[in-house]
Design a protein around this ligand. Structure first.
Ligand code: NAD
Length: 350
């Protein structure tokens, strides 16, 4: 359903009055026959050129040997920071209405680097023996192994980004999330580097939390948190926890930021079972568009679009099935009708 929510989002972004010049590029399963790859070079080139992309979700073709197009875009463009705001809009199926924090996830290292050894393979055996002897600890021979690298460079870059983000968006505090009590040489390093970066950014408060405690705190006392900066895996989990707290994937926006470009996309995937049905919620991508407008310093347009979305959610009329208490509620509307309602609001407010 990528094209459906993308069309709806482009319509509302245009209705803000910002003069966009779109360079529309197709990627994913439907371009494979023509280009032999779901991510043709010209798509990456376009993003490198414009430095900004609003991206619909892309299905990862299964069984074709292609890795995730989404991960490939992040890696190719070195988009090292994933930003996921968790903001409750009254009227959505929120856990509570006072949620407003931002999860910043390191996107380039940690367990996601993809160095793994399959149980029983000769390579795994070799690494097991080597590691056992170096660490003086026995590892069961029927184990698989995944390697978790966390570097000084990667930690410094993401924590500094979190401070810069906090400063730019008027946020007061950065909380560094870790499990340094167990993983001293990865999470421990992340924490030590984070503390050093905090010393260089004294205008913003800083604290750290162990990841399990962090999850509990977010449910019990979320208003005490502002910007969370997490290594890749914890960021992945906590941002989904956040999405659940604000009524699900249909409302969870995201941004992938690098030194040389930024890609704005919803947290959710392409929900293939709903393709072509004008059914899914376009608001997560639209809210990603709001993040894009803020990144472009089109603050007035960003505020207007976010306000229009908040109004539509509060009124509860032009919303898709996933935002209803009863998902089979016959009063829910389709993807394009959400865009119609927002365009009308933006025009009325203009
Ligand atoms: P998904 O997010 O596409 O869908 C899971 C379920 O969540 C859907 O069946 C639907 O019930 C619900 N949902 C998701 N988005 C919704 C929306 N906007 N409105 C209403 N309901 C919504 O996850 P999946 O089924 O695991 O993945 C499907 C495909 O998407 C896979 O090929 C996967 O690789 C890809 N994917 C892409 C991205 C991306 O482009 N960044 C992210 C995640 C998954």
């Amino acid at each position: 359903m990528g094209p459906e929510i993308s069309d709806a989002s482009v319509r509302v972004l245009e209705a803000t009055g910002v003069a966009f010049e779109w360079d529309v590029q197709q990627a994913g399963e439907n371009v494979m026959a023509e280009y032999g790859t779901p991510l043709p070079d010209h798509v990456l080139e376009s993003i490198r050129r414009t430095k900004i992309a609003l991206k619909g979700p892309i299905t990862t073709p299964v069984g074709t040997g292609f890795r995730s197009v989404n991960v490939a875009i992040r890696q190719e463009l070195e988009l090292y920071a994933c930003v996921r705001p968790v903001r409750a809009y009254p009227g959505a199926r929120n856990l509570r209405d006072d949620l407003d924090f931002v999860v910043i996830r390191e996107n380039s290292e940690d367990i996601y680097i993809g160095i793994e050894f399959e149980k029983g393979s000769p390579e795994c055996q070799q690494v097991l023996e080597e590691v056992s002897s170096l660490a003086h600890k026995r590892i069961r021979p029927d184990s698989g192994l995944s390697i978790k690298p966390i570097s000084v460079f990667g930690s410094e870059r993401i924590v500094q980004y979190a401070f810069d983000y906090a400063r730019q968006y008027g946020r007061q505090k950065v909380t560094l999330v870790h499990k340094a009590n167990i993983m001293k040489h990865t999470d421990g390093l992340y924490l030590a580097v984070g503390r050093e970066v905090a010393r260089r950014n004294p205008d913003i408060q800083f604290e750290d939390r162990i990841v399990d405690n962090m999850c509990m705190q977010l449910v019990l006392r979320p208003s005490e948190y502002d910007v969370l900066v997490c290594p890749n895996l914890y960021g992945d989990i906590i941002s989904d926890l956040g999405a659940g707290m604000i009524g699900g994937l249909g409302l969870a926006p995201g941004a992938n930021i690098g030194t040389d470009g930024a890609v704005f996309e919803a947290t959710h995937g392409s929900a293939p079972k709903y393709t072509g049905q004008n059914r899914v919620n376009p608001m997560a991508l639209m809210l990603s568009g709001v993040l894009m407008l803020r990144h472009l310093q089109e603050t007035e347009a960003a505020d207007a679009l976010e306000r229009a979305i908040a109004d539509v959610i509060r009124e509860g009329k032009a919303v898709t099935y996933d935002m209803k208490v009863d998902r089979s509620d016959p009063t829910s509307v389709g993807t394009s009708q959400v865009a119609d309602a927002l365009v009308e609001k933006l025009r009325a407010g203009a």
